[in-house]
Design a protein around this ligand. Structure first.
Ligand code: AMP
Ligand code: MG
Length: 536
């Protein structure tokens, strides 16, 4: 590839262009000679798949084309001395990007605001939302920009969203920045959820910098590049509803219907069919969160994706010890977003969305669709929990069996993830003897164990393939807060190896990985009481 042409794609270059004498074009990242690497850092055959260079992406900025009523054009404000902290090879694959591109200086420059593709159209989106139950009329992207939409080879569109890109008209009192700590947390959280099979926005990379920002103390700024098929939130619809802009709202609804719910277009009432699908997707999503002990932390309606995916990570956590009342967000004084409250809060958020959609859908059918949430949630949750318990059939009392187990766990402070993993390690009778040691109320646990064993024995073939079946749904490695914390502390000291290792381990959570036993242990006592708050 000709170096001149290869570099033309980047319109914004805020730094001195480097020399082009290297065999590798550092502006576009493509190999100038034909003798580039044949395989990527993880041995993926580059000749076979995901071989695009950064300047070979195709863009189709559908949301930006909606116009200025929906977003404001803003250029990213670069952070100093950009350096790659971590990149996700599987997220890069969504853009058909060659994983080796992450190692190039231009990668860090693009995802830290120094360079920009000519075809990008960076925009801060406007939205509002209910924060901790109170309506905030104007939020919007205060520190993130939708850079562009990439159209991949499978015909999918992926938003490139740069978080921490500087101030926008929606920054209010904020500095427009994200700190390294929270960027790493979002990166690890989204990639770990994805590996668990839980729908989520994805994280392409984190770029660190020497730019200082102030939170409770001096920290360094970073940028996270998030991928999602849409960044439209419940709060987008609330914004147009409460500002009484029905025409713009209709445009947005049609946009989401056309691009994200095309299967609903043929329905008798397409908008209602779309809302019903949103309810269904949320019911399944929240069931997965609950079944895997994921606590979002800030389920404000501006943090709820219209796609029904996990979105806008704040002070999230995976449960260590089972605790239904666990509050992961230190700023959440009243536990509005506690683990157990996530179910009613999701329903509440859906009703806030429904309210905003009353401009195009009648109230009664909206209520009916909302009524689907709880039974659907319960069905998904029970299905997941049966699987986690190694059960392959359904019985009427299964929910009671699950609830009794959780009560025993709650009383004993039993590690939520390891319990299921250990239960699947051996045949039921033997496994029960092993996990028993972790419980305090042994009489209650023994009664539960006897019922569980009988339940397994009533199921023909339950013992067959039990270990494989259970290990395939019960992760050995979970993103515990203390693991993230250790990786963050190392990264803050300039060592990114731990973040990268943790990301690798969590990308295969169900598979035992040699030498990684330390990542599968219960947390140390200090690790259970980390205070994570909104200040990120
Ligand atoms: P979040 O808690 O990240 O969901 O953010 C809630 C709202 O505050 C959104 O409108 C964000 O864009 C905005 N926000 C959060 N942090 C900052 C910041 N450092 N600078 C400007 N706006 C911010
Ligand atoms: Mg948010």
């Amino acid at each position: 590839m000709n170096a001149q042409n290869a570099c033309e794609g980047f319109a914004l270059d805020r730094r001195q262009a480097s020399s082009h004498t290297d065999p590798l074009c550092i502006l576009c990242g493509s190999w100038l000679a034909g003798d580039g690497p044949q395989s990527g850092p993880l041995g993926i055959d580059l000749q076979e798949q995901h071989v695009k260079a950064l300047d070979q992406l195709t863009f189709d900025n559908r949301f930006a084309r909606l116009g200025d009523a929906f977003s404001t054009q803003v250029l990213p404000e670069p952070i100093a001395d950009p350096r790659l902290v971590v990149a996700s090879e599987s997220a890069m694959a969504l853009l058909d990007l060659d994983p080796a591109q992450a190692e190039l200086p231009v990668f860090a420059e693009l995802f830290s605001g120094h360079k920009l593709w000519e075809q990008a159209d960076p925009r801060a989106m406007v939205y509002s939302g209910h924060q901790f139950g109170s309506y905030n009329p104007r939020l919007g992207d205060g520190r993130g920009l939708l850079l562009a939409e990439v159209l991949n080879d499978q015909g999918q569109h992926w938003d490139l969203h740069l978080k921490g890109a500087g101030q926008t008209p929606y920054s209010r009192m904020g500095d427009g920045r994200a700190v390294l700590r929270s960027s790493i947390r979002e990166f690890l959280g989204s990639e770990a959820l994805h590996a668990l099979g839980i729908a989520t926005s994805r994280a392409l990379c984190v770029i660190g910098s020497s730019t200082a920002v102030w939170r409770e103390a001096r920290e360094s700024a970073a940028m996270l590049t998030r991928l999602a098929q849409s960044h439209v939130r419940f709060g987008h619809f609330e914004y147009f509803y409460y500002t009484k802009q029905p025409e713009q709202q209709r445009l947005l609804i049609d946009h989401v219907l056309e691009h994200h719910y095309p299967e609903c277009r043929g329905a008798e009432q397409p908008y209602l069919a779309m809302f019903r699908t949103i309810v269904e997707r949320n019911a399944e999503l929240i069931a997965r969160w609950q079944a895997y002990g994921f606590c979002h932390g800030v389920m404000n309606t501006d943090n709820m994706s219209i796609l029904g995916i996990t979105f806008d990570f704040g002070p999230y956590a995976f449960l260590d010890d089972f605790d239904a009342n666990f509050i992961c967000n230190h700023s959440d004084d009243r536990g509005r977003y506690s683990y157990a409250n996530q179910v009613p809060i999701a329903h509440w958020n859906l009703s806030a969305l429904a309210q905003a959609l009353t401009t195009v859908i009648e109230v009664e059918p909206l209520k009916e669709a909302l009524g689907l949430f709880l039974p659907l949630y319960q069905a998904h949750y029970l299905d997941l929990m049966r699987r986690r318990l190694g059960l392959t059939t359904a019985e009427d009392d299964d929910m009671a069996l699950v609830e009794r187990l959780l009560q025993c766990m709650q009383r004993g402070g039993v590690d939520y993830s390891l319990f299921f993993r250990k239960l699947g390690e051996q045949p039921a009778a033997e496994a029960l003897k092993v996990v028993r040691d972790d419980f305090i109320d042994l009489a209650a646990f023994d009664a539960w164990g006897a019922d569980y064993l009988a339940r397994c024995e009533r199921e023909a073939g339950n013992a067959e393939g039990r270990r494989e079946r259970m290990h395939a749904v019960n992760p050995l490695y979970v993103l515990r807060n203390y693991l993230a914390q250790k990786a963050i502390e190392a990264a803050e000291a300039g060592d990114y190896s731990e973040v990268r290792r943790l990301h690798q381990v969590l990308s295969k959570p169900f598979e035992e990985q040699p030498g990684m036993q330390a990542y599968a242990e219960r947390p140390p006592e200090w690790g259970k009481h980390l205070e994570i708050s909104c200040s990120s």
